[in-house]
Structure formats: structure tokens, C-alpha cells
Design a protein around this ligand. Structure first.
Ligand code: HEC
Ligand code: HEC
Ligand code: HEC
Ligand code: HEC
Length: 268
């Protein structure tokens, strides 16, 4: 700790009233060595309460070092986070950095209400309507850093009201999706909220939007026409598809489409 203490001592000597010139004193430096001072104040990167000498109060809403790496432009981690964000298509449900469907909570705003640790936990142990991606700690940390990076300056942006999705497992749904697809798939529908209870097939939220991964064939995105041909015979499209054909009338197909589709919104 000697070098750290030395830094504090030097720092204290050089800047007698930390943050003089009207800024409040930061008690963080009573217990911690100073670093990255040229890039900002402790709370710019770590949050917390700089006005208290007591650790538990000073650490209120603290952002641990590993979730602050985006502030120093860690390229490798940012690239990994971005890759996962695209691969797992988080934007089929969430707005992130102003872009994405609003089928679940807006993450730009969520990160100002919650700590980074809570966000990480939500990814590690997702609610029923969010897929469990089975990610490891490093991957989750990279994702949280990318979300925090994208949220900068957007934390209070005007957005659609936050939807909360209840898991009303007691009630039997009668909509077409629940009847024909819901035993194997789950989905967040703009019109109906959470539908389906199955986990055998992928979560189909945002299937007909541009944020769903291009899983149709050769990386192509899904469209209503392609979905119709898939339902007629999945094996015509994927040789080893486990899904059986589902027979729907033209009217049912229209109904299904309206449950799945997401109204396009301008990116913010
Ligand atoms: C009274 C002493 C004290 C004060 C004041 C204090 N801390 Fe800490 N801090 C600690 C101790 C001790 C730890 C070691 C981990 C623990 O016990 O929580 C720690 C850990 C941390 C960590 C590491 C967490 C991690 O896992 O990466 C960060 C970041 C941090 N403090 C930032 C701050 C900031 C920012 C402030 C001011 C807003 C502050 N601390 C104020 C004592 C303090
Ligand atoms: C520009 C952003 C930034 C600023 C400003 C900043 N930190 Fe950090 N801090 C980080 C990052 C990133 C880490 C993760 C480890 C690393 O990369 O150094 C970290 C890690 C830490 C840790 C964990 C121990 C460690 O070294 O890994 C503590 C404690 C800490 N910071 C306290 C502070 C305090 C106290 C201040 C204010 C004097 C401060 N930080 C200012 C970005 C910042
Ligand atoms: C199928 C839709 C869906 C997908 C895809 C999805 N999520 Fe979620 N996510 C949810 C739902 C539902 C919640 C619970 C909050 C709500 O009801 O809006 C949630 C909550 C969260 C939360 C906690 C937010 C809060 O304020 O409680 C985080 C963080 C999060 N998701 C991150 C991610 C990340 C990162 C990805 C991509 C790897 C992802 N999500 C993919 C549906 C989804
Ligand atoms: C008995 C279970 C079952 C039912 C019912 C079912 N599916 Fe599937 N579905 C699956 C499985 C399993 C997959 C995974 C791919 C595969 O191997 O077939 C799948 C894959 C899909 C895919 C491909 C998604 C992707 O990203 O690869 C779409 C689209 C789809 N189903 C739509 C539907 C729709 C719409 C319905 C209702 C009209 C439906 N499914 C009913 C089991 C089912």
C-alpha cells in the first residue's frame, strides 16, 4: 500500500482542497489511491457518494472496477461485448444505445436506475421471458460495459413507457400464438405482452423485425412470406429441423403475423 499512500499524500499536497474551485470534496481518496485523475472524478467512472467518509454510504450504487472499463476505452472487451450483443440479438427486445425494439425494458434507462452488478445478475439469472444465454462472467461483464457505454447521455431519454411482463402461468391464453406455437416457443408481443411457455424452440420475440438474427437460411432475415413457407415444412428450409409443419389457414396466418410484428420506430 505504500505507493498508494504516497500518491494520496502527494495528491493531497498538490491539491489541498480536492476539487477546490467550487467542487465538493471527494472522501473516496481517504481510503483509495488516486488513479485516472486526468480522465475525471472517481464518481464519473464509479458512481457512489463522494461526500461520505463511511464506506457503506460512499459505496452506494458503486460501479466496480470491472464494469468501469468502458470508461478507459478497453478495445478488446468492447469488441467482445458488441459481438455478443449482435450474436444474441439483445435488441430484438431491448433498446440499447438508442436502437432496438421496445418489447422489454429500455436498457439505456435501466442502467441509471440499477447498479452494474444488478444488470449483470439480470443477464446471469434472467426472468422467464428473457432467454438464458448461459454466458460466463467475463462475457456478462463485457456486455454490461457495452450497455453502459451506449447508455451515456441517454439515461433519461424520452422513450415508450416501460413494460413489465408478468408470468401469469395460472391463466390459459387463447390467442393463436399460444395455441399453435406456445407449447414450444415463448415470445414478447407488442400487442399481447408475453405469450407462450415453451422452451423447446427459440424465443421468437421480434422475429419479423430487423433486430432478429438472420436465421432463416444463409443469414437471411425472416419475413412473413418466409415464415409461411417455414410453417408449411421446416425441413424444406433446414434439412434437420426438429419442428414439425404447422397447418394454418390464410386468416390464421394474418392473425399470427399481427401478433408477431413490431411497429418500426425511429432509432434514437
Ligand atoms: C472508508 C473507506 C472507504 C471509502 C470512503 C471509500 N471506499 Fe471504496 N473501498 C473501500 C474498501 C475497504 C474496499 C475493498 C472492498 C470492500 O470491502 O468493499 C473498497 C473497494 C472499492 C472498489 C472496488 C470494488 C471492486 O470490486 O472493483 C471501488 C471501485 C471503490 N471502492 C470505489 C470507491 C469510490 C468511488 C469511493 C467514493 C465515492 C469510495 N470507494 C469510498 C473503502 C472505502
Ligand atoms: C476514467 C475512469 C476512472 C476514474 C476517474 C477512476 N477510476 Fe477507479 N477504476 C477504473 C477502472 C477502469 C478500473 C478497473 C481496473 C483498471 O482498469 O484499472 C478501476 C478500478 C478501481 C478500483 C479497484 C481496484 C483496482 O485497482 O482494480 C478502485 C478501488 C478504484 N478504481 C477507485 C477509484 C477512486 C477512489 C477514484 C477517484 C480517485 C477512481 N477510481 C477514479 C476507472 C476509473
Ligand atoms: C426475448 C426478449 C429478450 C431478449 C432477447 C433479451 N432480453 Fe433482457 N430482458 C427481457 C425481459 C422481459 C426483462 C425483464 C424486464 C422487462 O420485463 O422488461 C429483461 C431484463 C434485462 C435486464 C435487467 C433490466 C432491468 O431493469 O431489470 C438486463 C440488464 C437485460 N435484460 C440484458 C439483456 C442482454 C444483455 C440481452 C442480450 C444478451 C438481453 N437482455 C436479451 C427480455 C429479453
Ligand atoms: C412442437 C414444438 C413446436 C411448435 C408447436 C412450433 N415450433 Fe417452431 N420450432 C420448434 C423447434 C424445436 C425449433 C428449432 C429449430 C428446429 O430444429 O426445428 C423451432 C424453430 C422455429 C423457427 C425458427 C427460428 C430460428 O431463429 O431459427 C420459427 C420461425 C418457428 N419455429 C416458428 C414457429 C411458429 C410461428 C409456430 C406456431 C405457428 C411454431 N414455430 C410452432 C418447435 C416448435
Amino acid at each position: 500500500m505504500v505507493p498508494g499512500l504516497l500518491i494520496i499524500a502527494l495528491f493531497a499536497a498538490a491539491v489541498p482542497a480536492w476539487g477546490g474551485g467550487g467542487q465538493a470534496r471527494q472522501f473516496c481518496v481517504l481510503c483509495h489511491p488516486v488513479h485516472y485523475a486526468e480522465r475525471g472524478r472517481c464518481v464519473d467512472c464509479h458512481r457512489g457518494n463522494p461526500a461520505s467518509e463511511r464506506k457503506n454510504i460512499a459505496h452506494t450504487g458503486l460501479r466496480e472496477g470491472k464494469y468501469a472499463r468502458f470508461t478507459i476505452g478497453d478495445r478488446v472487451q468492447m469488441k467482445e461485448g458488441q459481438r455478443l450483443l449482435d450474436l444474441l440479438a439483445c435488441r430484438r427486445c431491448h433498446v440499447i444505445a438508442g436502437i432496438g425494439n421496445s418489447l422489454a425494458v429500455n436498457l439505456d434507462r435501466s442502467v441509471s436506475r440499477k447498479t452494474a452488478g444488478e444488470a449483470a445478475l439480470s443477464i446471469k439469472r434472467p426472468v422467464a421471458n428473457m432467454p438464458d444465454f448461459g454466458l460466463n462472467g467475463g462475457q456478462i461483464t463485457a456486455l454490461v460495459n457495452v450497455i453502459l457505454f451506449g447508455a451515456q447521455g441517454r439515461e433519461t431519454a424520452e422513450t415508450a413507457p416501460v413494460r413489465v411482463h408478468f408470468n401469469d402461468s395460472g391463466k390459459k391464453r387463447v390467442d393463436l400464438f399460444s395455441k399453435k406455437c406456445g407449447s414450444c416457443h415463448r415470445m414478447l408481443s407488442e400487442r399481447l405482452g408475453a405469450v407462450g411457455t415453451g422452451a423447446i424452440g427459440p424465443n421468437l420475440s421480434g422475429l419479423l423485425s430487423k433486430y432478429y438474427p438472420g436465421t432463416f437460411k444463409n443469414g437471411e432475415p425472416w419475413t412473413a412470406v418466409k415464415l409461411t413457407s417455414w410453417l408449411k415444412n421446416p425441413r424444406q428450409i433446414r434439412l434437420w429441423a426438429r419442428m414439425q409443419p404447422v397447418a394454418l389457414t390464410a386468416a390464421e396466418m394474418k392473425e399470427l403475423e399481427s401478433v408477431i410484428s413490431v411497429s418500426p420506430k425511429p432509432d434514437r
